[in-house]
Design a binder for this molecule. Sequence first.
Ligand code: FES
Length: 86
Amino acid sequence: MSVVIDGETVAASDGEMLAAVLLRTPPFYARRTPVSDSPRAPYCLMGVCFDCLATVDGIASVQTCLTPVRDGMRVERQAGLRELTK
Ligand code: FES
């Protein structure tokens, strides 16, 4: 199976968590912080640190360490705060 990260198709395995795919795919981060714009990569891998947030299939601030991959999943590394819907 594969997922699409920022427009690039990346191989993934059934049962793998999305954070693991982000950790092994350059540039090796999931999001950028709102204040300093510094990159953050998945760290705790158990839903505590929130450094793994990304936009998944159009939904912002998804904890990728708690999200199993699905074939064709579309992922964007998140830059800053998520967009709020009106
Ligand atoms: S890696 Fe820490 S919450 Fe996902």
